[in-house]
Ligand binder design. Structure first.
Ligand SMILES: Cc1cc2nc3c(=O)[nH]c(=O)nc-3n(C[C@H](O)[C@H](O)[C@H](O)COP(=O)(O)OP(=O)(O)OC[C@H]3O[C@@H](n4cnc5c(N)ncnc54)[C@H](O)[C@@H]3O)c2cc1C
Length: 475
């Protein structure tokens, strides 16, 4: 493969991470993005999910930091703050509240536009990366020996040595490949019919609840709703309510609050009922897990790869999508660093499939707990995992070591297999599942070190921000 020009279809999280990687190896990189973009783009049609909470897990955050050094710092400059998993971020598991200990995992919660804009600002400083915004990729251009050599857009044909499809859930690659005479990939859809509704609120100054962010999880098989709130930039709270198997949160004022009031903990409701709403309530329903098995195709066009949500879109409840994009981008970087290989693209496609295997198993496995979930297979292994994880989760409120380990898995810093470590296994084997904490139990606070709280941040930080000429904040 020559390394003169690479084209990426889609200029969102997956596309930008890959652009950064390809800029190290190709003379010129072009991002084709359907939406019109600038460095302060707010919500846009190409990423309708952006209104909803986008947790960037520790693994994704660290990888993005590696590609964009200073990324976390920039998020802080834009008004976000560090949220530690365990002490600042409190979780009501089916078995009760997490123990208030620092797990070492952390986030800098931000709105999705801020995450994107921050990355886009960085990319603008790379002279070999060009953007073609407001332009839609229409099809692939075939080359010799079953290869792909370009992309057709309305204004003409663009040729390249490598074309990457990072166009998200609605990717047209199955159709484009069929048009070129390739087989379409097999596809699996596992749908637990999760639905979201989200709203931004002004964070009240001086509130001290002993937490910065909260998550109330559902409790299969009886409790179908979840809620999460996080502090994001500009002294706001982003609140996302969610319901599984069609128990979707309403998008009207009264219904939204009532839904929050009926979560397993009243804390989110109590926080928002008198808070000032800053946006309307936005709903979202397209949450099915969708996986396309490109790696199984015998014949694959050289010069073409598919990644991000275009390859595998997860139920967003588990917060994996952006981190998986980052892992795939890093894998592509490693592949490009090796001496030129035969069948580069097919080999990469197979390694990308191995990357999504774990998160796919995690997301679909959890969704298959609900009898109403469609697609997928409730195999013996799935049922065994449910029973094993029930026992692990049952221990979390009272077992700091297991909670710490579970936190690492949640943040993709350790594989799910690490929950089978002997130190967990023997406790699970000899202990009885606990699940004893009542939902109404109060939030336990840290004994020695007080939980950092909103109350410690008595004034909005935005006033102390340096004037940011490069502001990535959405207007
Ligand atoms: C409700 C919801 C909440 C989520 N929450 C989280 C979370 O908490 N944490 C997390 O990590 N992930 C979350 N995700 C997943 C996350 O949004 C995706 O995994 C991530 O955006 C994937 O990035 P991507 O670049 O592959 O695709 P996308 O972000 O979907 O971007 C695709 C881009 O391609 C462009 N495009 C599409 N077709 C064309 C074309 N033909 N030509 C040119 N441009 C095109 C679009 O305009 C868009 O910019 C959530 C998803 C949803 C639905």
């Amino acid at each position: 493969m020559n390394r003169d020009h690479a084209i990426i279809i889609g200029g969102s999280i997956g596309g930008m991470l890959v652009a950064r990687v390809l800029s190290e190896h190709f003379k010129q990189v072009t991002l084709i993005e359907h939406d019109e973009l600038n460095h302060q783009t707010s919500f846009r049609p190409g990423v309708p999910q952006a209104r909803h909470l986008h947790a960037l897990l520790t693994r994704g955050l660290l990888l993005i930091e590696e590609l964009f050094p200073g990324f976390q710092n920039e998020l802080v400059l834009q008004g976000t703050s560090k949220v530690r998993h365990g002490t600042d971020f409190r979780i009501l598991y089916p078995s009760g509240w997490n123990p208030p200990i620092d797990t070492g995992m952390f986030m800098y919660p931000a709105t999705r536009p801020l995450i994107e804009n921050t990355m886009r600002l960085w990319l603008r400083t790379y002279t070999n990366i060009a953007w073609r915004t407001g332009e839609r990729a229409l099809s692939l251009i075939p080359g010799p020996k079953s290869s792909v050599t370009g992309v057709r857009v309305i204004s003409g044909d663009l040729t390249a040595d490598l074309i990457v499809d990072a166009s998200g859930r609605n990717s047209r690659s199955p159709r484009w490949l069929t048009d070129l005479g390739f087989s379409p990939p097999a596809e699996t859809i596992v749908d637990a019919r999760w639905g979201y509704a989200s709203r931004l609120y002004r964070r009240p100054v001086g509130m001290n609840g002993g937490w910065k962010a909260l998550l109330s999880m559902p409790k299969p098989p009886d409790h179908f709703t979840a809620g999460i709130m996080q502090p994001v930039e500009d002294w706001q709270w982003l609140v996302t309510l969610a319901g599984v198997v069609g128990r979707h949160p309403p998008t009207d004022e009264t219904g939204f609050l009532e839904f929050a009031r009926n979560l397993r903990t009243p804390l989110i409701y109590e926080a928002i009922r008198n808070a000032e709403p800053l946006t309307p309530i936005h709903g979202y329903r397209r949450t099915a897990n969708v996986r396309r098995y490109y790696e199984r195709l015998d014949l694959w066009p050289e010069g073409f790869i598919v990644l991000g949500d275009a390859l595998c879109a997860f139920n967003p409840v588990y917060g994996q999508g952006m981190s998986v994009c980052a892992i795939e981008a890093m894998s592509l970087r490693r592949a490009l660093e090796q001496p030129h290989r035969q069948r580069f693209c097919q080999t990469f496609q197979r390694s990308a499939a191995r990357i999504v295997d774990g998160p796919w198993m995690m997301a679909t496995g959890e969704d298959l707990r609900w009898p109403e979930t469609t697609g997928g297979e409730r195999s013996f292994a799935t049922r065994f995992m449910h029973r094993y994880l029930d026992r692990v989760i049952g221990r979390l409120p009272e077992d700091p070591a297991t909670f710490r380990r579970f936190g690492r898995v949640t943040h993709m810093m350790a594989p799910a297999a690490s929950l089978f470590h002997p130190s967990v296994l023997w406790k699970v084997a000899i202990g009885r599942p606990k699940n004893t904490q009542a939902d109404t139990n109060p939030l336990p606070h840290a004994a020695e070190s007080p939980v950092p709280s909103l109350g410690t941040e008595s004034t909005p930080p935005s006033s102390s921000l340096p004037a940011a000429p490069r502001s990535a904040r959405a207007s």
